[in-house]
Design a protein. Structure first.
Length: 313
């Protein structure tokens, strides 16, 4: 018979799981704006705006300066010795790899195309999480994750994204880099000795400043740029690169990296809708059908067990 104390612990655990899912959803919504805003900031090969390298790396320089201020104001402690490797890996994946590869890709493909290809990220994140966090997702969990990913691939093929091209390869590399960065950041912000989500992403960005700040300064454009491009840059620098991770890392720490990562299955379709609103790209009706199917996969996948971490040998 459960004691009152154990019942209270279970209630609190369930509350944190729900809160983790909602925070993950908030982070996903913020990140969904990354692709259309990156496209808005950098333009296309036919109508270029800000240089892709400046958008990709310079935004991390801005977020890094904001992180320095945040860490000083909050008097955040220094990371533990065991955290530095994961922070460095997260910086390589989320601060350098993902934005640079994405920035180069959206010069070659439109935002809808990029949104569909990056829909593979939940599966990549779940696979990396299973390996790095020693978790045991159930067969049902993997079945719905694979089904959701297959729907994304089918949508890409239907919309003409099935042909291999450089933009797709760049996007695939961006997905892998970001997935590794997500899990490494989640490892730092979880556990009894972990840092808070806000401290984690701030230290990641500060660690990358020696690489990002020189790019921000030296690549600052001298030619006139459309104000909308600067608005896109401001969004990816403050929201995509910084504040979105506040919600995302805490969501994965509370709700579990494998489970929370599945809300990313909705991200390509949110990005597509934003591409219509922000960029004026044409929305095809079949997108709604794929959106409903993917949402069903997310709901059913959430009902599948994830399992406890495997004991390390």
């Amino acid at each position: 018979m459960p004691t009152p104390g154990s019942a209270a612990v279970e209630v609190e655990h369930a509350r944190r799981l729900r809160a983790g899912l909602w925070l993950g959803l908030l982070g996903m919504l913020i990140f969904a704006g990354t692709i259309p805003m990156t496209r808005l900031a950098s333009g296309s090969n036919e109508a270029p705006q800000l240089p892709p390298v400046f958008v990709a790396i310079g935004r991390a320089g801005v977020a890094g300066l904001l992180s320095v201020a945040y860490l000083l104001v909050t008097r955040a402690p220094w990371p533990r010795k065991s955290h530095w490797t994961m922070l460095f890996m997260s910086a390589l994946g989320n601060v350098l790899g993902w934005p640079l590869l994405l920035g180069l890709a959206v010069r070659r493909v439109d935002a809808m195309h990029a949104s569909v290809i990056t829909g593979l990220m939940p599966l990549a994140t779940a696979a990396v999480g299973a390996l790095m966090l020693h978790q045991r997702p159930s067969r049902g969990f993997w079945a719905f994750a694979l089904l959701g990913a297959a729907l994304v691939v089918a949508f890409a093929a239907w919309s003409g994204a099935g042909r291999p091209q450089l933009g797709d390869l760049l996007l695939l590399g961006a997905v892998i880099a970001s997935s590794i960065g997500y899990i490494c950041g989640a490892r730092v912000s979880s556990g009894p000795q972990g840092m808070t989500a806000e401290q984690t992403i701030s230290w990641v960005l500060v660690l990358a400043l020696p690489a990002t700040l020189p790019v921000l300064v030296m690549q600052w454009p001298t030619a006139p740029v459309h104000p909308a491009a600067w608005a896109g840059f401001a969004y990816v620098a403050t929201c995509s690169m910084w504040m979105g991770f506040f919600a995302w890392y805490r969501g994965m720490a509370w709700g579990g990296a494998l489970s929370v990562s599945q809300v990313q299955l909705l991200q390509p379709f949110v990005s597509i809708l934003l591409s219509v609103a922000v960029l004026g790209e044409r929305l095809r009706p079949a997108t709604l059908g794929f959106s409903i199917a993917v949402m069903a996969c997310v709901y059913l996948g959430r009902r599948m067990s994830v399992g406890a971490p495997r004991p390390r040998s």
